[in-house]
Write a protein that binds this ligand. Structure first.
Ligand code: CAA
Length: 441
């Protein structure tokens, strides 16, 4: 029989600073806080202090993961880093992270394959795929893969994307017989050459925000249909949780509604919905482009207000958004934060999910969406409860708006700044100038 391969355990490192969108950001911008808390669904974002960057955040997450699982470099055959905040066009960020980790161990990662993956936010999932394929192909010699998704998702000040910023890293251990989730072989893609979000030789993105939302929805729709062509038609009850790439929770709220409308067609849900709305069920398939455009119609709006939909959403989607509401967009890490969030909330609520499925939707601008499912493993609750992410988010330093502007400048490559740190690192890897990167403090 085929080997079960998937995510054995994960760790999350958040930037140590916090910007409150309702209390601090909205008043400074003279905006109604509801635009952020209700419209985008965001309350706060994570920020890196001056001694944090993609390397140190990734290394800190990876180190905690290896320590928690009692692993050393010899156990790891592969380190892939997914990022869209890279600073080196030649040497992969994984070599910098390995260099940090080697300060902690007597061994090095001499015989591990290291790489860096880029395709906007979807590259974290692509790295997961690479690790999965490497293990399934039997090339891993019993070793595990380390995947690190790390980003400082900063926008130019004044850009509409500014409110969705974030910074953090997710480290995942991929292995045979995983404790957390097994990945499916079935997967679907939707991909097209797009210019909704890009950074050609520039630090901060050029974004067509409104268009990016439409491209996200269109590529996800194609990926879902491609997935169904392999896995068979889906039903709303097939999945315990639906973690999707979360640039901001409001984006997933839109995607979930359209996705639900598609998967609920020709199921008993359709009749329950029709009864609640008080009109005939709509049975158009998603692949009819007209029907997709129509999906943004009054019928879909009415559907969003039904108890049938709200109950489904509260159980399968809402838990995946909890962490994101307080940390913002972490680009490559975002869908993995959503998975962790959903599983953490489920574990805290005492849900028994062993054997249940997740439908995971990843997206990268430029643009590509990918959908696969994951089967939750018997050891999932302990594996996910070991994450101290909520404590770490709570312990962040709360920025004033003036401090936020200074810290944003400190991370701006075009500005010469000399900004003092606002927090003190505690036994972590810190960025302390080129050449001394990843020193432990
Ligand atoms: N109370 C309640 N809701 C309010 C409100 C208030 N006082 N004020 C505004 N809103 C609502 C709006 O109605 C809107 O909701 P709908 O979309 O449902 O209509 C929502 O809040 C946002 O308001 P605006 O559309 O006016 O906000 P904006 O234009 O300033 O910015 C954005 C929105 C364009 C998405 C911007 O945040 C952006 O550019 N973000 C970066 C790009 C991005 O994240 N795109 C997502 C898809 S691409 C992707 O996923 C890749 C990635 O990670 C970047």
């Amino acid at each position: 029989s085929e080997k079960a391969v998937g995510i054995d355990a994960m760790e999350i490192h958040t930037g140590t600073l916090r910007l409150d969108l309702a209390e601090t950001y909205a008043p400074a911008k003279d905006d109604d806080p509801g635009k952020y808390t209700k419209g985008l669904g965001l309350f706060a974002s994570s920020f890196p202090d001056v001694y944090e960057d993609i390397v140190t955040m990734g290394a800190n997450a990876a180190r905690r993961l290896l320590e928690r699982r009692g692993l050393t470099p010899a156990d790891i055959g592969r380190i892939d880093v997914a990022t869209e905040s890279s600073f080196d066009n030649s040497k992969p960020v994984s070599t910098y992270i390995a260099g940090c980790l080697e300060q902690v161990y007597d061994e090095d990662f001499h015989h591990a394959n290291k790489g860096e993956r880029k395709f906007a936010c979807i590259s974290g999932t692509q790295s997961l795929d690479d690790a999965y394929n490497w293990i399934r192909a039997g090339r891993n010699r019993g070793r595990k893969a380390l995947v690190v998704a790390t980003d400082t998702a900063l926008y130019e000040r004044g850009d509409p994307g500014e409110a969705t910023q974030g910074a953090g890293a997710v480290a995942m251990l991929i292995s045979e017989d995983p404790d957390l989730v097994e990945l499916s072989t079935a997967q679907g893609y939707g991909s097209a050459d797009e210019t909704d979000f890009l950074k050609p030789n520039q630090q901060f993105p050029s974004v067509d925000g409104k268009r990016s939302v439409q491209v996200y929805l269109a590529r996800m729709r194609e990926a879902l249909m491609d997935y169904e062509s392999v896995a068979g038609d889906t039903h709303p009850d097939d999945f315990a949780l639906v973690p999707f790439h979360t640039p901001f929770p409001g984006m997933v709220r839109k995607a979930a509604l359209l996705g639900f409308r598609h998967v609920a067609r020709d199921t008993e849900y359709e009749d329950r919905l029709a009864e609640e709305i008080g009109r005939q069920p709509r049975r158009e398939a998603f692949d009819d482009v007209g029907a997709f455009q129509d999906a943004l119609s009054e019928y879909t709006d009415a559907l969003a207000e039904t108890d049938v939909y709200r109950d489904w959403y509260a159980e399968t989607v809402e838990p995946t958004l909890e962490l994101s509401r307080y940390c913002g967009n972490w680009y490559t890490g975002s869908v993995h934060v959503a998975r962790a969030s959903g599983l953490l909330e489920a574990a805290e609520a005492g849900r028994d999910l062993a054997g249940a499925r997740l439908l995971v939707g990843s997206y990268g601008s430029g643009a590509q969406a990918e959908i696969h499912h994951e089967t939750i493993q018997p050891g999932w609750a302990d594996s996910i409860r070991a994450l101290a992410v909520k404590d770490r988010l709570r312990d962040r330093y709360d920025l004033s708006f003036e401090e936020y502007e200074r810290i944003h400048d400190a991370h701006n490559h075009e500005k010469e700044t000399d900004v003092d740190a606002l927090t003190t690192p505690d036994g972590e890897f810190v960025f302390d100038g080129w050449g001394r990167m990843g020193e432990r403090k």
